[in-house]
Design a protein around this ligand. Structure first.
Ligand SMILES: C[S@@+](CC[C@H](N)C(=O)[O-])C[C@H]1O[C@@H](n2cnc3c(N)ncnc32)[C@H](O)[C@@H]1O
Length: 229
């Protein structure tokens, strides 16, 4: 299914940037992937199943961590990145429905996924709260949204430093390094039921449920900080 991609200027810039970087993306990410991300992806995706949507699927780095019997759908704004996912899925013999689509305008009906997954995406999405509201819309009422995202540090000094440096980072490499993604997730109508942070609080795994159905009594909120990652 090919969806017309939004003509939002910022989104177009993001799309072109990732199309350009797509051939080198896995090579550039290799050190970070080996040292940190692979382990966090595996942990985030353990125990999920059913109908799963991954937004901003990129080059398909999460594919090896999905259960064999899951019904997978993946979307990305960049055809260049998506081409790598298509190749990897075929090599790994994984069935997945892939579409070029903007996470701010998902072409799925309400409440059709058990899980929605996003890893390192909401630093780039032009209007993150709008994208997160779309995730909530397509998620079943008792579904779970899973995030692995780098965010603005909660440390006063590092947070301010990230704010100061962000315009330069955006200009040179593109993504925002100071997104308040946990707040954005809440503003989009989710309740984070578990958050695990790296030592510097910059990389977070977040498990979130739609606030409207979250009782707060059945699930104990957990916020863990890791040492040494
Ligand atoms: C840093 S990469 C992460 C790729 C992959 N999720 C991973 O974990 O390696 C960000 C991805 O988000 C995609 N993206 C950014 N904004 C998007 C949007 N509005 N809708 C869909 N995909 C988007 C980019 O094209 C890119 O593939």
């Amino acid at each position: 299914m090919l969806q017309p991609v939004a003509k939002n200027m910022e989104t177009e810039k993001v799309k072109h940037r990732y199309d350009r970087i797509a051939p080198l993306y896995d090579i550039l990410e290799f050190p970070m992937e080996n040292m940190v991300s692979a382990r966090l992806r595996r942990e985030l995706l353990s125990g999920i199943g059913g109908k799963i949507l991954e937004v901003g699927i990129g080059t398909g780095k999460n594919l090896p961590y999905y259960p064999k019997n899951a019904m997978l759908t993946g979307i990305d704004i960049s055809p260049g990145m998506l081409a790598h996912t298509r190749r990897k899925a075929s090599e790994l013999k994984i069935e997945i429905a892939l579409s070029i689509m903007d996470t701010e305008k998902l072409a799925f009906s309400e409440g059709c996924f058990d899980f929605v997954v996003s890893t390192f995406v909401f630093c780039s999405v032009a209007d993150p709260v709008r994208g997160l509201r779309e995730i909530k819309r397509v998620l079943k009422t008792n579904g779970t949204a899973l995030f692995l995202e780098h965010v603005r540090s909660e440390n006063l000094f590092f947070g301010k430093l990230m704010d100061a440096v962000n315009p330069f980072v955006r200009k040179i490499i593109g993504p925002n390094i100071n997104r308040r993604t946990v707040e954005n997730i809440k503003n989009a109508g989710f309740t984070p039921v578990q958050i695990k942070s790296t030592k510097a609080d910059i990389i977070k795994q977040i498990w979130a449920k739609p606030t409207s159905v979250y009782t707060g009594k059945q699930q104990r909120f957990r916020h863990e900080s890791r040492k040494g990652t």
